[in-house]
Design a protein around this ligand. Structure first.
Ligand code: FES
Length: 105
């Protein structure tokens, strides 16, 4: 079982990056739940962030790729604006158990 962090270590509505066995992930907190995606933009495959743990749009409403500005829905990973509109971030299965975010795969 891979424990990533305590959920409370991620501010609600924000995300944090992880590297697990060479795999780059971003984990997003949505209240008492977590979502995770591979940290590769479906546009050209670059990491989403330029600065550590800076994955969100300025208003906090969307995941934003820092490279060309694509915006992604937090809950589904669907790109709703930008050069990869209609594509999705690749989801990673995580669960919250006893307050801890764990990889669930
Ligand atoms: S690499 Fe993400 S929008 Fe271009």
């Amino acid at each position: 079982m891979n424990i990533l962090c305590y959920l409370t270590e991620i501010p609600d509505g924000q995300a944090r990056g992880f590297c697990i066995g060479g795999r780059e992930l971003m984990v997003l907190r949505l209240g008492v739940e977590a979502r995770a995606y591979e940290n590769h933009c479906p546009h050209v495959g670059l990491p989403l962030e330029w600065q550590a743990n800076q994955f969100m749009s300025r208003d906090g409403e969307f995941i934003q790729c820092a490279n060309h500005g694509a915006l992604f829905d937090k809950a589904s990973g669907l790109c709703i604006y930008g050069p990869c509109a209609g594509k999705r971030l690749r989801p990673v299965a995580v669960a919250v158990e006893n307050g801890r975010v764990i990889l669930d795969e």
